[in-house]
Design a protein around this ligand. Structure first.
Ligand SMILES: [Zn+2]
Length: 369
């Protein structure tokens, strides 16, 4: 879908950290937000790519959670290998928002706060609140659209999915333009960048993909393709967007949890399209004297899963994006018949690396005495 009717105010000036960004400029700006114990300034690195003509302003953010490198890899690949030659508009890239978290190998900030619950922040607030305020005021609030990159939490992986408030017209349009197979509808938690920005009139979606501390090549390719799709759809670049293998909007997700303490035999991969009642994993007790099948409660797509085979009762194993039976049949048919599913296959393979995915056998269904 190409959307070229985007209305933006003409001749808006753009200032970041006091620096005026001129038409046609490609510059690095440092956005100061704090100081070290020794008093040296700490800043968020910002890359601004400005077209010659007015147009939409789009931001990209990564590592708001300091251990989620997905956005860093996607923005790096975009800038170095797929440099977007903009016919109009501005692209503002912030690969590392939570500078402290990345430096200290942590999801959080040194004050133990989650930056993605602190937006829009405050100038005189906590360390996290001040960082949120700088980024929100200097960049986010000046933009027309934004994409925020995340990955699954520790010891889990996510099949790439766009999270968007589909009741918001702009976010709905942006989610569809990105061109991922799976869109999960929801507003996101209060205080998150996306929730706050959408509430204040800046449509933002997030891409949830892959694992912490990793840059899976197919996840990076998915992210770059999505950003280029958005830029082309907004008329900021020449060319036609690439279509996904299929596109489905899930309005509900469900967790499948472990039943007994022990080990798991996984039977489904991220991105698998599963049917209601399908065995997803076998939950063995430590010596295998007990076996329980973990079953998909609905027709759905494996949105996320644990990468840790050891479990305790109640721990989440599979996250299923719920779809209805006709959609399930349509997607299965599309996947079976498509000749262009290289990226889909590579994503499934990359995301299940180092996880043993075993065929489910009938003996897995019978609990041992
Ligand atoms: Zn995150």
């Amino acid at each position: 879908m190409t959307v070229r009717e985007t209305k933006v105010a003409k001749n808006r000036e753009l200032f970041i950290a006091g620096r005026k960004i001129l038409p046609g400029e490609k510059v690095n700006v440092h956005l100061p937000f704090s100081e070290t114990y020794l008093g040296s300034p700490i800043s968020v690195p910002v890359r601004v790519i400005c077209g010659e003509k007015d147009g939409p302003r789009v931001f990209l953010t990564g590592a708001i959670h300091g251990d989620e490198l997905t956005g860093i890899g996607i923005i790096r690949e975009l800038i170095y290998d797929h440099f977007p030659e903009l016919t109009c508009g501005t692209l503002i890239c912030m690969p590392v928002v939570n500078v402290y978290g990345l430096e200290h190998h942590s999801r959080y900030l040194p004050d133990r706060r989650d930056l993605n619950r602190c937006f829009p922040g405050s100038q005189n607030g906590s360390l996290s609140s001040r960082l949120a305020h700088s980024v929100y005021n200097e960049v986010i609030s000046q933009c027309d659209y934004g994409i925020d990159f995340h990955s699954a939490a520790v010891r889990r992986t996510n099949y790439p999915n766009i999270r968007a408030d589909m009741r918001n017209k702009g976010a709905n349009k942006l989610a569809k333009m990105f061109g991922s197979e799976l869109i999960v509808d929801g507003k996101g938690p209060a205080g998150s960048l996306r929730h706050t920005a959408v509430k204040n009139g800046v449509p933002v979606v997030i891409l949830e993909a892959g694992e912490v501390w990793k840059n899976e090549p197919s996840v990076v390719e998915t992210g770059v393709r999505g950003v280029l799709n958005v830029l082309k759809s907004l008329g900021m670049m020449e060319g036609e967007p690439k279509k996904p293998l299929f596109q489905v909007i899930a309005r509900k997700t469900k967790w499948v949890r472990a039943e007994c303490g022990g080990f798991l035999g996984f039977h489904a991969k991220p991105g698998d399209v599963v049917e209601k009642g399908q065995p997803l994993a076998t939950n063995y007790s430590i010596f295998g004297s007990e076996k329980r099948s973990l079953i998909s409660p609905e027709y759905g797509i494996v949105l996320g899963m644990s990468t840790m085979p050891a479990v305790k009762p109640g721990e989440p194993v599979y996250h299923i994006a719920v779809i209805n039976e006709p959609t399930f049949k349509k997607i299965r048919k599309r996947i079976d018949q498509s000749s262009d599913k290289l990226l889909f296959n590579r994503l499934q393979s990359d995301l299940s690396t180092n996880i043993t995915i075993e065929e489910h056998t009938s003996s897995d269904e019978i609990p041992l005495p």
